[in-house]
Design a protein around this ligand. Structure first.
Ligand code: GLN
Length: 304
């Protein structure tokens, strides 16, 4: 497939659409990004690289990192994980409190904030140095030793993290958080602060396009069955209350973050990362989704 040619074509089609939406403003540091940035990087499982625009500029991957903490927790806990967090799409915004009370403190899935907080709690229980061990794991999965947290962004989010504090307190009241609330929140804010370029992001997620095996190192990150299940969760929950629309228009499992990044994978083919900071009302990258919609329309291949 001539991906570079397709990228150029899709980009010229994009000129017909106004880049709507706004950069996330509820985390002060995220406002400091140039809203017109736009990058794409696709890595095939045969290690071929294709890119467009600002593909080697770092950005805050935010909630995309939830898939990586979930991967580590799933390796450690296996199927026991699902006693603490569900696998159902939420149909609500990423930081919603409403369902959590009805569901007695069990989050609908691990990709909404409440679910990711439970995953952080589980990792803290199992790991001696959670922050260090998580970033070491992510470096191994990606094959990129320089990937790191951004303390500026973590601190910025901590200074306004009222909703996440409310979510974790509610879950603690139901007995679904075992560790100290501040420790879990600190770990969660650091998780969300991880920075990557589109190239690094697409490379990091390639194991999920390759049935759990990192195609570079040949290391088994997850079993085939667990890898398929993570993809199923991304398909149904990766875009919160826009997951149906993303599935309908793009047709790939993926995950978004409020930094404007999106990663999507096509099993047995590729992993693609897109970055455009302006978000739609659901908190997902407006132009990123539009690009992927036009891309899978142009290639005429999706998982369906
Ligand atoms: N760190 C962000 C938050 O907790 C992550 C949200 C997101 O990327 N959707 O609000």
């Amino acid at each position: 497939m001539k991906y570079n040619k397709i990228f150029k074509k899709v980009n010229s089609e994009l000129a017909n659409f106004e880049n709507l939406g706004n950069v996330a403003s509820y985390i002060p540091e995220l406002c400091n990004v140039n809203p017109s940035k736009f990058g794409v990087h696709l890595t095939t499982i045969a290690n071929k690289h294709f890119n467009f625009g600002d593909a080697v500029e770092k950005f805050s991957i935010q909630s995309i990192a939830k898939v990586l903490s979930l991967t580590l927790a799933y390796r450690i806990e296996g199927e026991n994980l699902w006693q603490r967090v569900g696998v159902e799409p939420s149909g609500t915004p990423f930081n919603s409190l409403i369902q959590l009370e009805h569901d007695l403190g069990i989050p609908r899935n691990p990709l909404i904030n409440a679910g990711a907080l439970v995953i952080c709690d589980i990792l803290i229980t199992h790991l001696t140095n959670p922050k260090e061990e998580l970033i070491t794991f992510i470096r191994k999965v990606s094959g990129i030793p320089t990937i790191d947290y951004c303390s500026r962004i973590a601190d910025s989010e901590k200074s306004v993290g009222y909703k996440n504090a409310a979510l974790i307190n509610l879950m603690k009241s139901f007995g679904n958080i075992n560790n100290d609330i501040d420790e879990v929140l600190d770990f969660y804010f650091n998780l969300c602060s991880i920075e990557m370029t589109c190239k690094e992001l697409s490379q990091t997620f390639l194991f999920l396009a390759n049935y759990g095996v990192c195609p570079f190192s040949k290391e088994i990150i997850l079993s085939r069955s667990k890898s398929k299940r993570i993809n199923a969760i991304m398909q149904l929950c990766g875009f919160y209350d826009e997951a149906g629309d993303f599935s309908f228009k793009v047709g790939l499992p993926g995950k978004s973050g409020v930094g404007g990044g999106i990663v999507a994978i096509h099993p047995n083919k590729y992993s693609i990362a897109v970055w455009s900071p302006k978000l739609n009302k659901k908190g997902n990258s407006y132009k990123g989704i539009k690009f992927l919609e036009l891309f899978t329309t142009e290639t005429e291949v999706s998982i369906f």
